[in-house]
Design a protein around this ligand. Structure first.
Ligand code: PLP
Length: 406
């Protein structure tokens, strides 16, 4: 049974007050809070078990290496990758997508080649592709969401042309909460010989993920949204795509031999992991993923679906609130604007006075904001520990905003 009070007790920050009110944390889309086992792992990692990884032959280095490397297996299990060698550890999704741009796309794409994106992407899945546009003349093509915020996978597949070299698409919009049918996109794209990168930053947080079932070539996750430490993350790269990649960052750990004349590289995945990594952060991510797997991602998804349904119903009762994105089965992410002149920053400031944390702005999704025709929204994003009482607090807070700002 999913016992949300018991789960909340695992997150010490949730029992603090903000502005004299119990914290109501609805900014999970930006970053999630950490359960005690993750906090303990990070503390222990520094207090008792810290050393650099891979290089030492002493006790602490071996211990840190063992714990760090074990996380690769944990992530492979979490994503159901065929092998832990398909997991490249990094600092988060931004690094993961940049690595694909530099290591896979740059050497392969030429002027006139196309990358297909949706207008719902986070800047982390846009700007690296602009680098290719600016530097190599690669053309970016865009598919817009429907009026309700859903994304028609057939429209993505129809937009694939003879020059499309990559489809890069989010599994879940960080603004609209839209869940994208990435499996259909991957299978259609595969039939046309086009690889697919899935940005799983939000998707992996809200639903079980099986990269083999999805059939993607790349799947990026970021640790801090998965209840793990910031500065941790990974990207799944299908072995066939790994074989096509050249190293991105050069330095220690990713080599076999270096001389004045030549360098030979370590086998993947280490070949793509230069330098001292986020050791303790990654160990903390492993603990966070174990925590999620113990809860069961199906159960997390079920809890959040019930919260989303309740929040949608309550928000519908406020006819001066506009919810951006009403796709069926969307994740519990609500981007709001209010009728009248209320600015998202004012909404967020008033809610903050009530102890409610939401995010205001463009959410690193400016092409989407342009498509929606709004400069900014206030976004309430729910996580595995949120409750229907917190939905009610949000509604009360919005009513106060309406009274003060309309
Ligand atoms: N992609 C999506 C959909 C996101 O929501 C985010 C973070 O907000 C990112 C990518 C970037 O993640 P990070 O900043 O952890 O690299």
């Amino acid at each position: 049974m999913y016992d949300v009070s018991k789960i909340r007790a695992d997150f010490p920050i949730l029992s603090r007050e903000v502005n004299g009110q119990p914290l109501c944390y609805l900014d999970n889309g930006a970053s999630a809070q950490k359960p005690q086992p993750v906090i303990d792992a990070v503390t222990r990692g520094y207090a008792e078990e810290y050393s650099n990884v891979h290089r030492g032959l002493h006790y602490l280095s071996n211990l840190a290496t063992e714990k760090y490397e074990a996380v690769r297996g944990t992530i492979a299990r979490f994503l159901n990758a065929r092998s832990e060698d398909e997991i490249i550890l990094n600092s988060g999704t931004t690094e993961g997508i940049n690595m694909v741009a530099y290591a896979w796309a740059m050497p392969r794409l030429q002027a006139g080649d196309e990358i297909l994106l949706t207008s719902m992407e986070h800047h982390a899945n846009i700007v690296p592709w602009h680098f290719l546009r600016e530097r190599q003349g690669v053309v970016l093509k865009w598919v817009d969401p429907e009026a309700d915020g859903s994304l028609d996978p057939q429209k993505v597949l129809d937009a694939i042309g003879p020059k499309t070299r990559l489809v890069a698409v989010t599994q879940c919009s960080n603004v609209l909460g839209t869940i994208v049918d990435v499996k259909t996109i991957c299978s259609g794209a595969r039939d046309k010989g086009v690889p697919v990168l899935v940005d799983g930053s939000q998707g992996a947080v809200h639903m079980p993920v099986d990269v083999q079932d999805i059939g993607c070539d790349f799947y990026a996750i970021t640790g801090h949204k998965l209840y793990g430490p910031s500065g941790s993350g990974a990207i799944y790269v299908h072995a066939d795509r790994q074989a096509e990649m050249r190293p991105f960052l050069g330095g220690g750990d990713m080599i076999r031999d270096v001389s004045k004349d030549v360098v030979t590289y370590a086998d993947p995945p280490l070949k793509f992991e230069a330098g001292t990594p986020g050791i303790v952060q990654t160990i903390g991510l492993g603990v966070a993923l174990e925590y999620l797997m113990d809860l069961g991602m199906e159960n997390v998804a079920g809890h959040e679906a019930a919260l989303a349904a309740y929040a949608s119903e309550r928000l519908q009762g406020l006819n001066w609130v506009n919810v951006q994105g009403q796709a069926p089965g969307k994740a519990a992410i609500f981007s709001l604007t209010l009728d009248g002149a209320a600015h998202a920053h004012d909404i967020s400031t008033i809610l903050d006075k009530k102890g409610i944390a939401v995010r205001a702005g463009h959410h690193c999704a400016q092409p989407l904001m342009e498509h929606l025709g709004v400069p900014a929204t206030a976004r309430a994003s729910f996580g595995l520990y949120n409750t229907t009482d917190e939905v009610d607090r949000l509604i009360d807070g919005l009513e106060l905003c309406h009274r003060l700002l309309a």
